[in-house]
Design a protein around this ligand. Structure first.
Ligand code: F6R
Length: 611
């Protein structure tokens, strides 16, 4: 989603800002811009709709000189993606430039007020009001920091802000309310970013801003204040950064690279978490004793998208292994639903990015109501990770493809281990615990084998690529796998796809079945296999085209399917982990055949920081 990068120091800002924006590209955006203060204290602004490459092209013709500046990638909320709506926005005819992440909910009121004062708006964005409000304060002879501070209480909604002004060259202001912002501390220079990955190549010393904090940065100074509590001493953390984290290494897309990383993802998610001697799992950061966990009577998982599908798999596994009732809630609904939760309910949120606004909102709502809140998160140091009472990191490494793949695998592994841990605190036997652990630890091998069926998946993709709509079906724990397969396909190929329990077909969706609407059925061997086979017969009777993901050697299924995608015969607990791989590859190859922008699909963002 929107990204911010700022810099102040003693070297050219433009290359640093551009490189930072490039590192944020994976988050999804539709326009980009920079604003710098040049050596003659003039404000230079360059913006372009489209990719950072288009901005780069513009800058190659008209550079933005200066050693202090801000930059932004915008994901349109108010007004379409065009040059005028791109950030930074200018206030008071060149007095100040502002880049903003978040949404200002009272922008219409503020716009009316500023229009009455004579300000002329260039864009349709909510952000431009911030720029004019600051300009108005600067007219009162306030310094830039005081001017920003003065207007913040007037903003309703969420913001991460970066501000520069020609009246104070070399000064970079940041402010945070609900939208992440981090300061990078360099040697005689400072950085500001919405995501530490944007500045990580320059410095690994960072200070995360909290809501209500405003920062003033120059090359040598770093002053931090809270809007109500005044001056504060920043807490500096170190981030991990590996220079090769983002190399494609010859693979054409990040999505494909990340699909292929999944055997390792499983190993990393298991590392240090298995206590074989006691046939259980362990988690360092849960911050809840075994005695407290034994008292838990209900678990609520709140998440969005792919993380929600992983949570649904967790629901089956925990209910099966630990017999604790689990409910999975859309995070964006949970926070407003006022669902009854008793004092023995444990609330988990799941998020790859750790920044999803809906999921953060659910976490805050659960905490407000006095529940211990736990998070299953990939991004270390993210807002959700920092605000939860305890949690589990996925250790999946940076996921760059907008479509979640390896993070899903890591979530499923962590949830499987959690199911075993909770089960072993109750009535799961030593033998059952050990069998489940063995299955999870052995998963990398069948995953590797499944990746090898990619050529068969290409054949399936060819059957699907011209369809207008595709149905994904599965029973039991394979229903969330089907949901995930449908989500992957629609996200990156733009083909309409829906996931259903196979049993539900006859209650309506079967009306859609015809030779032009393929059905992808997830049907590995298991207790409900015969039932799914009957559902396949029902589809075939309506001339449905069947792409089946099933256990290798399942001749009966192979005979009935138009395309059969075999996965190894694995224990039930890891079937979802393995069965989702052909569906990820299927979405990838359909998108490839259709020439889609696989790693940056239209309209989508990697980290959805607006509600
Ligand atoms: C799908 C996808 C999204 C995210 C959702 C939640 O491929 O990536 O559906 O899963 O936006 O994101 P996180 O997990 O970062 O909270």
């Amino acid at each position: 989603m929107c990204g911010i990068v700022g810099f102040t120091g003693r070297r050219a800002a433009e290359p640093i800002l551009l490189a930072g924006l490039r590192r944020l590209e994976y988050r999804g955006y539709d326009s980009a811009g920079v604003a710098t203060i040049d050596s003659e204290s003039r404000l230079v602004v360059r913006k372009r709709a489209g990719r950072v490459a288009a901005l780069e092209e513009l800058l190659s013709q008209s550079p933005a000189a200066g050693e202090c500046g801000i930059s932004h990638t915008r994901w349109a909320t108010h007004g379409p993606a065009n040059d005028l709506n791109a950030h930074p926005h200018i206030g008071g005819a060149g007095r100040v430039a502002v880049a903003h992440n978040g949404v200002i909910e009272n922008h219409a009121q503020l716009r009316d007020e500023l229009t009455r004062l004579g300000y002329v708006f260039q864009s349709q964005t909510d952000t431009e009001v911030i720029a004019h409000l600051i300009a108005q304060e600067l007219k009162k002879d306030l310094d830039l920091f005081s001017a920003v501070r003065a207007i913040l209480p007037r903003l309703e909604g969420t913001y991460g802000l970066a501000v520069v002004a020609p009246c104070e060259p070399g000064v970079l202001i940041g402010a945070r309310m609900g939208s992440p912002l981090v300061v990078g501390l360099g040697d005689g220079e400072h950085f500001l970013a919405s995501d530490s990955s944007a500045i990580a190549p320059h410095t690994q010393s960072v200070a995360y801003l909290q809501d209500g904090e405003v920062v003033r940065l120059t090359a040598d100074e770093f002053n931090l204040e809270h809007l109500e509590r005044g001056s504060i001493v920043p807490r500096v953390d170190r981030i991990d950064w590996k220079p090769d984290d983002r190399e494609l290494g010859g693979v054409p897309h990040y999505m494909l690279k990340e699909i292929y990383e999944q055997p390792n993802t499983v190993r990393d998610a298991c590392r240090g978490r298995i206590r074989r001697g006691e046939a259980t799992a362990q988690f360092g950061g849960l911050n809840l004793t075994a005695a407290k966990l034994r008292r838990v009577r209900r678990i609520v998982f709140a998440a969005c998208g792919t993380s929600l599908h992983a949570a649904k798999i967790g629901e089956y596994l925990i209910e099966r292994c630990a017999r604790i009732p689990v409910e999975v809630e859309y995070a964006g609904e949970f926070r407003y639903s006022n669902a009854p939760l008793d004092d023995r309910t444990l609330v988990f949120v799941l998020s790859q990015s750790g920044e999803t606004a809906d999921t953060l909102g659910a976490l805050r709502e659960a905490r407000r109501r006095g529940h211990p809140t736990l998070a299953i998160v990939n991004t270390v140091g993210s807002t959700i990770a920092r605000e939860a009472d305890g949690g589990i990191y996925l250790h999946a490494g940076t996921e760059i493809g907008v479509a979640g793949t390896k993070s899903f695998a890591a979530q499923v592994v962590v949830l499987s281990l959690l199911a075993i841990y909770l089960g072993r605190l109750r009535h799961m036997s030593f033998t059952a615990g050990l069998e489940a652990i063995d299955a999870i630890e052995s998963a990398p091998e069948p995953l590797q084998k499944t990746l090898a069926i990619e050529p068969l998946v290409v054949a399936a993709a060819e059957r699907i690529a011209n369809s207008k709509s595709v149905l994904f079906l599965g029973r039991d724990v394979h229903h969330p796998v089907a949901l995930e397969g449908a989500l992957k396909l629609k996200e990156i190929s733009y083909i309409h796809a829906e996931g259903y329990p196979a049993s539900e077909m006859k209650h309506g969706p079967i009306a859609l079945v015809d030779p032009e609407t393929p059905c992808v059925v997830v049907a590995p061997r298991g207790p409900l296999h015969a039932k799914t086979m009957s559902n396949i017969e029902e589809l075939k009777a309506r001339r449905g085209v069947i792409v089946a993901v099933g256990t290798e050697g399942d001749r009966e299924l192979e005979r009935r399917a138009d395309v059969f995608l075999p996965i190894p015969d694995v224990p039930e607990i890891i079937q979802p982990l393995v069965a989702v791989v052909p569906l990820q590859l299927l979405a990838y190859h359909v998108a490839l055949l259709l020439g889609r922008d696989i790693d940056k699909p239209r309209n989508l963002a990697k980290s959805v920081t607006v509600e």
